[in-house]
Design a protein around this ligand. Sequence first.
Ligand code: CUA
Length: 336
Amino acid sequence: MKRLLPLMAGMALVLSACGREDLSALNPQGPVARQQLELMKISIGIMSLVVLVVFTICIYVLIRYRRRKGDNSIPKQVEGNHKLEIIWTVIPIILLIILGVPTISTVFGLSKDYSNDPNALKVKVTAHQYWWEFEYPDLGITTAQELVVPTGKKIQFELTTADVKHSFWIPSIGGKMDNNDGLTNKMYLEFDKEGVYRGKCAELCGPSHSLMDFKAKAVDQASFDRWVAAIKAPVEMPKDEAVKAAFQNKCLTCHAIGETSTGSSAPNLTGIGSRLTVGGILFNDEAPVVDNLIKWITDPQKVKPGNMMPKAQDLELTDAELKGIAEYLANNKLEY
Ligand code: CUA
């Protein structure tokens, strides 16, 4: 037991929150995660009970009826015992019913499709190596890395991928579900409290799989409406001509900002200055957003190995252009 303690402490640490936002399914912050935790509790409870009873009987029998020294007699031979057989058939059936009824009803409840519910918000999630694209088809907006949702509404997700298989997971809110190629998976979640929740990719998808984080920001309906209006507002280009040319020719070929570009193979940059992170992993409260942007643009491979973005050097960005672009993006903020 003494030797197991550090291991158990380690497990507890792994299972509990050890980041900034909670990444634990054991500390649910929404109705879906709460229902999922209830199922975990029931199944772990029943399994623990079975293990406990079986092991107790087993250990008792091993000790009580072991062969003792000098005892060479042959034990009583038993062939079948109806009473026992009925007991050990009926008990598991009862346990399976106790486990099965809530499992089936919850699983079917959670797989309900709110696509046609006028009160639900639809979000199409496209996973990319190694970032998340969030499209709100009914609102005509697309954003990346930071999912903004209103509280108290069903959010109906449509999950797909642009490349390999990923998995969409916001542990404290619910999930997870795979993003498959050529197939749309549907899942709904609900955020009943305002806050920032950490999301993760939960399917090994390449060298930066573990860095494929995103944020889910739940805000009240009025803030959400302001966010929608802000993200749809026209975006100004950089004032400096050289920076503007570099940004348009080297960034907007893949990225989009506002309505000014059709680039969509890379994260949409609208409002990037007010996001909590750059690239989902450089925290803007640990370093100024402009520094994080410079770090990212200078060498994205160093931050997230294997992603699609070339280095500043390979894009032939001058230092002044790089700095100008970072400052421009840092100031591209959404008020909501
Ligand atoms: Cu995407 Cu792991």
